[in-house]
Write a protein that binds this ligand. Structure first.
Ligand code: ARG
Ligand code: ZN
Length: 848
């Protein structure tokens, strides 16, 4: 329940806990509504420790407490308890009762389909027992579980198991947020791994009976991750056992609990029949991410939650390196940048903007953001770009050596780079402390054989960054001859001033610059270079990212003219992509990405920057028209592209096959705009895998032809929750803008709309928010529908509700009529009695 005035926590107020925790012993007597948790905790006061100890605790019923065997009666509040303690080491014992079955917030110990599981990050452990629930308190845990379940799991190694009982010991000191417990009627898919130094590790993927057939890929991804971390970072696994559990009700993707990762079933279960290529790719990345946390997160953890990017930015960076190595590096980079622009840029350029390392929060769960994760990873990529791969490797070795077993800060992280390279990273640190997306303007000049590139950086002021200072911007740049060959290969231009020029001597002719290769810095690039360079780069750039980016710039420019001036699609753009998509020497996945259009909310931002009022319907219409123009321009090759990229071998979710499928399906999407539904219908009927089936369905829905297939799909898959999430989502995603809200509303009446399941809720409401023109349709129905459901979900699951609020973060970009409707929706939610702290904080920031 919300207190009258929510408290704000500040980084500058950090103080260490007054006591060390030497050892923790927990005993769980499981019961759906009356679970008993006994704790025995050995505390050691530090010099100057207070005489009263505070322990966090929420939604707990205290049964008894004692210190060194003598009963005590602490003062209990809604946030925890306070108790006078001795000034010498003492044993704290307590027993509490908790109610997992009615824990719908899915934080702490809760139940999902009859199984018990936990989610403790960031502050869920305090819903399990009284404890100093903060990441800088690390201890060794022993856990005993009593319950009538065949599988009883916790962190670390098994000490003993018997019918109804299990004992676990985790030898690695850890913060409470990495604690986990799972109990249920589960089956294991098992394998093993031998580490580089010869340790045998048992691997298990635990799932509900019936899901055994969806485990093989996740296990393969786990073993690949273990090998990669040994080879690339020299990091070995450190226990004899590694368990993963799949859970249907989960707020996030997955969680890196020590030795017992818990996954949203959508982030681990996969089979060719039920999962798309994209699902496989995402699962591989999340398994890697959670596994990599064992070193970057668990062995070295965060001092406090302000340092969240220390583990998340680094681990996202590591998992993106892994995916690049396993698959195609350019394709991975392009899709990461698409995602960054779609999710992180709006956050960084709106009312929710915050630095990669925030300095205050009310509810930490609201800071598991694209800025902390994805921009946090970009910052690490920039650092590596600046110091070079070799120095990066040395710095990381020092990081692991110096900080193993510690709870660290961003200062510790930067220091290992300073110590290994001798660089001063004081200015670089602004990437961690300043919010917002810098704008980088570039222009060039040429005289007497000297070529000059001049850049200006400008970070818009924001609430958290009122007085922005220049940042260090690594601009990877290459120069091309007018004939297309590279004359100056990629180099890093290190920009540190607000305005700065870089000079190139000894060139025989004026070059064409290719700047910001690989998107070496997360900025908005504003080019004052000759407009015809863009088409040239689309045809010739030797950097695959910038070649793709050139296509994207042309598409954006053309769409903006179509929207504002009713212009026709730009023939130079269409000719350019015709050449690239038709180039059989290029990776099919890359060619498919060339056909992608800029996001519609991206275009909204561009229009606002131009001083125009965006009209979502006009943007939608322009994108439709552009797709038709692509289809017409590529008409000569589409059927052949479709045929030539059919995969005839047995399905494998690898880069090669999925690349071919993505190009064939992009061709199918376009050709169907001209030729109608026959090919897609045939593919839907004959598909033996979900990638083919779902893309055919999407194509049909897009041309308003898929009604029968939708019905058939439901009949075929109604027993499979994860596939049915797709069925719910597809209908909303592919609805016409004027029917999107009604479609979503109708789906909420479906008997299988289990709105308390986060995946199902997001399948409908997340898709509604993702459908730009539908969500912002002029009648405002979507805003009202989303508000209704957020109000309903908030008391049940504040975390998922608060996350979904970000759908409204860009509201100031729209016209007055829409702003009024959105403001009314925001105010209506904010006026709800007892609104959670999570949702209140999000909406207050958004409302401004
Ligand atoms: N640490 C987890 C991961 O990145 C995510 C946990 C999110 N928890 C939360 N309360 N938001 O893999
Ligand atoms: Zn993570």
């Amino acid at each position: 329940m919300r207190d009258a005035a929510p408290t704000t926590i500040y980084l500058k107020d950090y103080t260490p806990f007054g006591f060390d925790v030497e050892k923790v012993e927990l005993t769980f007597d499981l019961h759906p509504t009356k679970t008993r948790v006994k704790s025995r905790i050995s505390f050691v006061p530090k010099p100057g420790a207070p005489s009263d100890m505070f322990l966090d605790g929420e939604n707990l019923t205290l049964v008894s407490a004692s210190i060194d065997g003598t009963p005590v009666h602490p003062e209990v509040s809604a946030e925890g308890l306070t108790c006078p303690v001795p000034d010498a080491p003492f044993l704290w014992e307590a027993e509490v009762e908790i109610d997992p079955e009615n824990n719908t917030a899915l934080e702490g110990l809760y139940m999902s389909n009859g199984m018990y599981c936990t989610q403790c990050e960031a502050q869920g452990f305090r819903k399990i027992t009284y404890y100093p629930d903060r990441p800088d308190v690390m201890s060794v845990f022993n856990v005993e579980i009593n319950g009538p379940h065949p599988v009883l799991l916790s962190n670390g190694n098994v000490i003993s198991t018997s019918q109804g009982h299990a004992a676990w010991h985790d030898p690695w000191p850890k913060p409470a947020y990495l604690f986990a417990l799972v109990a249920g009627d589960l089956v294991a898919h098992s394998d093993s791994f031998v580490t580089a130094s010869g340790r045998n590790v048992d691997l298990n993927l635990y799932v509900r009976p019936g899901d055994e057939g969806k485990c093989a890929f996740g296990m393969r991804a786990l073993k690949a991750s273990m090998t990669w971390d040994e080879e690339v970072y020299g990091r070995e696994y450190d226990l004899d056992l590694f368990n993963i559990v799949a859970v249907d009700d989960f707020n996030m993707g997955a969680m890196e609990n020590k030795g017992l990762n818990v996954f949203n079933s959508s982030a681990v279960l996969a089979s060719p029949e039920t999962s798309t290529d994209e699902n496989f790719l995402r699962i591989e990345a999340i398994i890697a991410h959670e596994y990599f946390h064992n070193w970057t997160g668990n062995r070295i953890t965060c001092r406090d939650w302000f340092q969240l990017c220390l583990k998340e930015g680094l681990t996202v960076y590591r998992d993106s390196q892994f995916t690049s190595d396993m698959r195609s590096a350019p394709v991975k980079r392009i899709t990461d940048v698409i995602d960054l622009r779609a999710r992180q840029f709006p956050e960084d350029q709106g009312p929710l903007a915050h630095p990669v390392r925030p300095e205050s929060f009310q509810e930490i769960n609201n800071f598991y953001t694209a800025t902390v994760y994805e921009k946090g990873a970009e910052v690490i990529g920039m650092l590596r770009c600046l110091v070079g791969a070799e120095a990066y490797g040395k710095a990381l070795d020092l990081y692991f050596e110096r900080h193993d077993g510690q709870a660290c800060t961003i200062e510790d992280w930067l220091k290992v780079f300073e110590d290994t390279t001798g660089r001063d990273l004081g200015q670089f640190k602004r990437w961690y402390s300043q919010a917002g997306t810098p704008r980088l303007t570039v222009k060039d000049a040429w005289y007497n054989g000297t070529y000059i590139l001049s850049f200006t950086q400008n970070l818009p002021a924001s609430e958290t960054t009122p007085d922005p200072q220049p940042q260090v911007i690594p601009i990877v740049t290459g120069l091309l001859r007018p004939s297309g060959e590279e004359v100056v290969p990629s180099q890093v231009l290190e920009m540190t001033q607000a305005t700065q020029s870089f000079t190139f001597e000894g060139l025989k002719e004026r070059p064409v610059p290719s700047v910001l290769r690989g998107f070496s810095t997360p900025v908005v690039l504003e080019s004052e270079l000759a407009a015809e360079h863009t088409a040239f780069l689309l045809a010739h750039d030797t950097d695959p990212f910038n070649r793709w980016e050139a296509g994207r710039s042309l598409a954006r420019a053309s769409l903006l003219k179509m929207i504002t001036d009713d212009a026709a699609p730009d023939p130079a753009y269409l000719d350019g992509i015709h050449a690239v998509v038709g180039d059989a020497t290029l990776d099919p996945a890359y060619r498919a990405l060339m056909l992608n259009l800029p996001g519609q909310s991206d275009l909204v931002k561009s229009l606002c920057d131009m001083g125009e009022t965006p009209d979502p319907q006009a943007i939608w219409d322009a994108c439709r028209a552009m797709s038709h123009a692509q289809a017409e321009r590529l008409q000569d090759m589409l059927p052949a592209l479709f045929d030539a990229h059919q995969v005839t071998e047995p399905y494998e979710p690898n880069a090669d096959q999925s690349g071919r499928r993505s190009l064939a399906n992009a061709a199918l999407r376009l050709v169907s705009l001209i030729d109608g539904p026959d090919r897609a219908r045939a593919q839907f009927t004959s598909a033996d895998n979900m990638t083919q089936q779902l893309s055919a369905l999407g194509v049909l829905l897009r041309i308003n032809e898929g009604a029968d297939e939708l019905e058939a799909f439901e009949q075929q898959w109604k027993h499979d929750r994860l596939v049915m999430d797709k069925w719910f989502g597809m209908q909303v995603i592919h609805a016409d803008p004027n029917e999107t809200a009604a479609t979503a509303a109708r789906l909420t009446e479906h008997p299988d709309f289990n709105w308390k399941n986060p995946n199902r809720f997001r399948a409908v409401m997340g898709s509604l928010a993702a459908h730009h023109a539908g969500f912002h349709f002029a009648d405002g129905q979507s805003y009202g529908l989303l508000a209704d459901w957020l109000i309903r979900l908030d008391p049940v699951n504040p975390q998922t509700t608060a996350r979904m609020c970000s759908a409204l973060q860009t509201w100031r970009r729209y016209d007055d009529a829409r702003q009024q409707k959105i403001a009314a929706a925001l105010d209506r939610i904010l006026a709800t009695p007892d609104l959670s702290r999570d949702t209140t904080e999000m909406l207050t920031r958004i409302r401004g």
